[in-house]
Design a protein around this ligand. Structure first.
Ligand SMILES: Nc1ncnc2c1ncn2[C@@H]1O[C@H](COP(=O)(O)OP(=O)(O)OP(=O)(O)O)[C@@H](O)[C@H]1O
Ligand SMILES: [Mg+2]
Length: 571
């Protein structure tokens, strides 16, 4: 068992009482089965000697009790073990989900979306087998096997020794061999399952692009290849399990044969009766029922180890932002944000996305952030919204370190629209109301009017109740952008961060929307990230970024007079 599995087992600590009970019930079930066969052997052999019926009464009652008890114990074991496993599973799923929530959006770059889905769903599901098939059967087998060997030792010690060796081979050596054979296949199958889900999700979400470029056949072929890969690894895993099952049968046959040879010799010596011999032989045969599930358990352990590794991979991904243990009280309006020498990047050893940035967002001040693609503009927005922590320098909100506030409290006062806004598969109204669930229809109309979305909404036959389709498929790019802007205006944060609000618009609409935007935000604190330089004479300061550094800043008039980067952007 590898460390990730042990870690997942540690999460089950609160359930240890139930798990111990399940192991005891499992051992009881197996012991009842073994005793049933042993007693039956005794009963048959004794009956052949034609004793009086009273001599058989105890054995007859025992057979009945064991037969019924076995079923009851099995039911109890299933009930308790599944209950415990599902409780652990639920807890684990919540842990993974919470982690994903903390990682999103800046920390998820290393995962593929379909693969994440596989980790959250199938890998977490697979860990139930860690308990149900990986941990409980060996514990139950050890208890039941030990008790059986001890009982046999009363009848014939050497035979008990042979049985002990046989059980160890079938319970330890065979499962270990199976695990070695299965480990690589299991690890690869788990990875292949992730790849298959990632490719499937990719094909579905990218179907328009794939069809447009005539690439759908290639994409489907890649999907087939991923599927074949998964099937091959699964088959190899099944082969390992089949080998394990065969070896287990071989071992049990050889052991029973050894017990019989010793038993028959003992009967000839007169040290063992013929009736106990029958009980002994059948008990030895039945004892292998205890270890029968172990090769499969070992293979499942190998598989769940792979799943556990992928789960701990998510749990161990460093958080892009650290939540304070004791957050400051939620900030009050008005809000002032100050950045001094701020540097940030997406990976600890990666290139800087933004370096040494100074920025002041005092109440009512509007700042424009401009620069070429990749200059670091959206990264600044991510830092202000606490999706990403600054690594150097300081970022303060009302004089206190931004990192000392709970990130949700920060996002309650700093908000806006992201560069790639998401439109939900719902109506126009619901998509807007998302930003402000208690907004009145008048509020919605005002925000839509400010974002120049109202004429479009009113032109629709279903108006505000028009469904927009998945990802806003029934809207144009510009309409989606304006919807996101209306959402930001409706939320009315103290500091409005707008990342490229006029993207996807034609030049005339862009100029018009920028003018409206600047009018609608006259008294607000705004960070306007834009490629569009018209109307920037109305903002208080323009910051020009180039490859993560500030290369020029000041009001439009000052920048416009010097031959510098700003003028070259304009040209
Ligand atoms: N999630 C991420 N993980 C790793 N690197 C990223 C991530 N997002 C952005 N980067 C990198 O950080 C740098 C700055 O990106 P950023 O998105 O801030 O640029 P931008 O100025 O907003 O560009 P654009 O005008 O194209 O939107 C780029 O080099 C980019 O490759
Ligand atoms: Mg950007």
């Amino acid at each position: 068992m590898t460390t990730p599995s042990v870690r997942l087992l540690a999460y089950a600590r609160p359930m240890r009482g139930r798990l111990a009970l399940a192991a005891l019930a499992g051992a009881g079930t197996t012991l009842a089965g073994i005793a049933l066969l042993g007693t039956s052997g005794f009963l048959l052999a004794r009956a052949a000697e034609h004793p009086s019926v009273t001599a058989l009464t105890v054995a007859v009652v025992a057979v009945r009790a064991l037969g019924i008890g076995r079923g009851v114990l099995r039911y109890a074991e299933r009930l308790v073990s599944h209950d415990a496993a599902f409780r652990v599973l639920g807890d684990l799923r919540v842990r993974v989900y919470r982690r994903l929530e903390r990682l999103a959006p800046a920390g998820l770059g290393r995962f593929r979306s379909g693969d994440l889905l596989a980790r959250l769903v199938s890998d977490v599901d697979a860990t139930q087998d860690l308990f149900l098939r990986g941990v409980l059967p060996p514990v139950a087998a050890a208890l039941a096997g030990g008790a059986t060997v001890a009982a046999c030792a009363f009848l014939l010690a050497p035979a008990a020794g042979v049985l002990a060796v046989g059980l160890l081979v079938a319970g330890v050596v065979v499962p270990w061999t199976t695990a070695v054979l299965a480990r690589r296949a299991a690890h690869r199958a788990s990875a292949a399952r992730g790849t298959l889900s990632a490719r499937t999700v990719d094909v579905f979400t990218g179907v328009a692009d794939l069809t447009a470029f005539g690439a759908q056949d290639r994409a489907l072929a890649a999907l087939d290849a991923a599927e074949a890969d998964l099937a091959a690894h699964t088959r190899r895993n099944a082969f390992a399990q089949a080998v394990g099952a065969g070896l287990a049968v071989l071992t049990s046959g050889a052991t029973v044969w050894g017990v019989l040879v010793l038993g028959v010799a003992a009967v000839e010596d007169g040290t063992l009766g013929r009736v106990p011999l029958a009980a002994l032989a059948l008990t030895a045969l039945a004892a292998f029922e205890a270890v029968a599930p172990l090769p499969a358990a070992a293979a499942r352990l190998a598989e769940t180890a792979a799943a556990a590794r992928r789960i701990t991979g998510v749990l161990d991904t460093p958080e892009p932002v650290r939540e304070p243990v004791l957050p400051l009280p939620a900030p009050e309006r008005p809000v002032t944000l100050r950045l001094r020498g701020m540097s940030a990047r997406y990976a600890a050893d990666g290139p800087w996305a933004i370096r040494d940035l100074d920025l002041d967002l005092t109440p009512g001040r509007r700042v424009a952030l401009v620069g070429a693609s990749g200059a670091g503009k959206s990264t600044v927005a991510a830092v202000l919204l606490r999706f990403l922590d600054a690594e150097r320098g300081s970022v303060t909100l009302n004089g206190r370190d931004l990192a000392d506030y709970a990130s949700d409290d920060v996002r309650a006062v700093v908000g806006g629209c992201p560069q790639d806004p998401h439109v939900f598969d719902s109506t126009v109204r619901e998509n807007l109301r998302l930003a402000h669930p208690t907004a009145t229809d008048d509020d919605l109309r005002r925000a839509a009017a400010d974002a120049r979305l109202l004429p479009w909404i009113e032109s629709l036959p279903q108006g505000w109740d028009t469904p927009v389709g998945a990802h806003g498929a029934r809207m144009s790019g510009g309409e989606r952008q304006r919807l996101a802007l209306a959402r930001a205006l409706l939320a009315d944060p103290a500091v409005l961060v707008l990342d490229e609000p006029t993207a996807h618009l034609d030049p005339a609409a862009r100029t018009a929307l920028t003018a409206d935007l600047l009018r609608a935000t006259r008294d607000r604190t705004v960070l306007l990230i834009t490629h569009d330089l018209t109307g920037l004479d109305q903002v208080d300061e323009i910051v020009v970024l180039d490859r993560g550094r500030v290369v020029q800043h000041g009001p439009h008039d000052a920048l416009d007079r010097h031959d510098g980067p700003y003028l070259h952007l304009t040209r």
